[in-house]
Design a protein around this ligand. Sequence first.
Ligand code: PMV
Length: 336
Amino acid sequence: DNSDCLSVTCQASPNIALIKYWGKRNEELILPDNDSLSITLDLGELHSDTTVSTSSSMTCDTFYFDGIQQTKLSKRMQKVLDEVRRRAKNDQIKFVEIRSHNTFPASSGLASSASAYASLAIALTKLFNLENPQSTAAYLARIGSGSAVRSVYGGFVRWSSEGECLSSCIYPVEHWPELRLIILIFNSSKKPVSSTDAMQRTRETSTLFQARLSTVNDKIEKLIQAIKIKDFNTFAKIVMMDSSQFHAVCMDTYPPVIYLNEQSKHLIDLVHAFNKTDENETMKVAYTFDAGPNPFCFIREEHADEFLSLLKHFYPSNNDNDNVHKQVSNIDGNFS
Ligand code: PMV
């Protein structure tokens, strides 16, 4: 009997960190060691869609990914559902069915857990009519997958490491319409060390880690100021330096965690050479790398074609679906 079945579907997009989150001071609640700042991608092309349903006839929680029922819910997903039941007023509602799908392939170099948990959190908040929907959705997304807290909002988003450790939109995406993103896929296989394990190892062994923490807030303030006045030079420099600092800290752990590969290093040199070709030495492109070798390149629209032809020259592929897959996307997103 499905007569009392309620159902909600929501979408969320991945986000790319401009200032990286690295380190958890509380594993269970996923409280970060430092603030981070990111940009949420276009909801139009790349998103996770999650449908949550509940009815009195359900006898357990179930999870379908791409239409296939999973034998077990992950511990984190279970944690999110338990928190929802704790907050829901209507205690008739016992179990939930989750159906999730990504419009982008797992091999696209994008962390799908951020958009998946953000869409799940928003959908659950709506389904159970939870109080303070935006902060509740952010909380639920965070305990599912830390950086998912930033995908609850579109545009430029800051995740605070203090107080409630929630996220907020600093500027909506419309603020900087000329900004474009090019993603290169050098390697789509699973990362050698999970970010959870690598963060733990970093906290235990890296001495550079504390030094990094003391620089983050200042970088975030400067970056927000650069975004405010659309100063791409400052934006590019801060974003690239934070990416390198994050990877230096990974290298400083014992045993070292190395996410970049030879192609990543080549791309770094290429970007700096490309930026130097401009007569006024104004920056045209900025790279950033998450816990993997694939670069995310931010560029102003006016330079995108020139940079793309350079990429095609250095990283030729036989067809568009080959090992180097380039995607130019508007940067957009919504709380929807
Ligand atoms: O969300 P996690 O636990 O996979 O951690 C992601 C950490 C980075 O992607 C490297 C940086 C970030 O802020 O997203």
